[in-house]
Design a protein around this ligand. Structure first.
Ligand SMILES: [Zn+2]
Length: 120
């Protein structure tokens, strides 16, 4: 993975695609450019999201490093949790039906999941 520092449009330093795959930060600005630091698969990733990018300085790194100056971006945290959120488990008592067969042989609401069919 790369960590790339580059110049972008100062009027609008946001990437043209959203959401982007890797965290990035606007770390400062020059006279007519914004300075961005972004993680990337390669430099093409930067150019795909910031077509105006110039003055790329890349360094090879093993993974994300978050610090006070480069905190984990809020949108990135939300994106991460979206990706890892999994469907709730099926209720083991009713196997997801939400109903169980009672002794009188009729369907009644599952007492374990209260009819939801899922456990959490
Ligand atoms: Zn159940």
């Amino acid at each position: 993975m790369l960590r790339v520092r580059f110049h972008a449009n100062i009027q609008d330093p946001r990437p043209i695609n959203w959401p982007v795959k890797h965290p990035y930060w606007v770390t400062g600005e020059g006279e007519d450019y914004a300075v961005i630091v972004s993680y990337a698969d390669d430099e093409n990733y930067i150019l795909a999201n910031w077509p105006e990018a110039s003055h790329l300085i890349s360094s090879e790194i093993d993974g994300y490093i978050f610090t006070d100056r480069f905190p984990k971006p809020k949108w990135f945290v939300e994106q991460e949790s979206k990706l890892t959120k999994r469907a709730p488990d099926k209720c083991p008592r009713c196997n997801g039906r939400g109903k169980v067969r009672s002794t009188s042989n009729s369907d009644v609401m599952c007492p374990l999941c209260k009819g939801a069919g899922t456990c959490r």
